[in-house]
Design a protein around this ligand. Structure first.
Ligand code: NKO
Length: 206
């Protein structure tokens, strides 16, 4: 039990590494918490116009989600689904409430994607494809994230041949991550409803 708690804490710490802030600092860009949506995430870093920085942020934030889950499975071979699901949620929560940024973190989209890669690569591909389709058609990163977050648990349930209830822990974890993702996008949802959300590649706003 103490070992499981240590794995969960480790996942939280790994998830806490804020790549938007780290990459921006290393590349001499402004702190993403000071412009645009003020969100330390890949989308907001892209608002500087630096696509490399945005891509590195996406890569880093996704990699840490993957790494946290992978490491737990590696350190605890045969770890039960429940504890592994808790590790996945802990890594995600690290990104949302990072100890290194005074618990004010990002929205968790890229980190959730990394977690999906670790759990089931096909699920990550399907969810990322969903994000991409919405992003290409509507040009709202936030809307794409919300639609993807809604469909990830759905894909999980159907993709497991509706036998997910035999092992519900990860499905529940994905649902929790999805709900938290919506909660973290509440300002984006308000802007989408008002028609004031900024589009990908559009002019800078706010
Ligand atoms: O600045 O508030 P903003 O407009 O930046 O940003 C809103 C945006 C914040 O997210 C990001 C990360 C962007 C990542 C893009 C690729 C993600 C593709 C896969 C989505 C996976 C969703 C997983 C849900 C699991 C339940 O939203």
């Amino acid at each position: 039990l103490a070992f499981t708690a240590a794995l969960i804490l480790l996942a939280y710490l790994i998830g806490s590494v804020p790549f938007a802030v780290v990459v921006s600092k290393l590349m001499g860009l402004q702190d993403p918490r000071s412009y645009g949506s003020k969100n330390p995430g890949a989308t907001n870093v892209l608002r500087t116009g630096n696509k490399t920085a945005a891509a590195l942020t996406l890569l880093g934030d996704a990699a840490k989600g993957w790494f946290a889950v992978w490491l737990a499975a590696r350190l605890a071979p045969g770890i039960a689904p429940g504890p592994l699901a808790a590790v996945a949620v802990a890594a995600f929560l690290g990104h949302l409430y990072p100890i290194f940024l005074g618990f004010k973190g990002g929205k968790g989209v890229a980190t959730a994607l990394g977690v999906l890669v670790a759990i089931q690569p096909w699920l990550a591909v399907a969810t990322a494809a969903t994000w991409l389709i919405i992003a290409v058609f509507f040009r709202y990163s936030s809307l794409a994230s919300l639609v993807a977050a809604f469909f990830a648990p759905v894909y999980y349930v159907f993709g497991s041949g509706l036998a997910w209830y035999a092992q519900p822990a990860m499905g529940i974890a994905l649902a929790i991550i999805g709900v938290l993702l919506f909660y973290r996008h509440r300002a984006n949802i308000a802007r989408l409803v008002q028609g004031t959300e900024s589009r990908i590649g559009g002019g800078k706003k706010k």
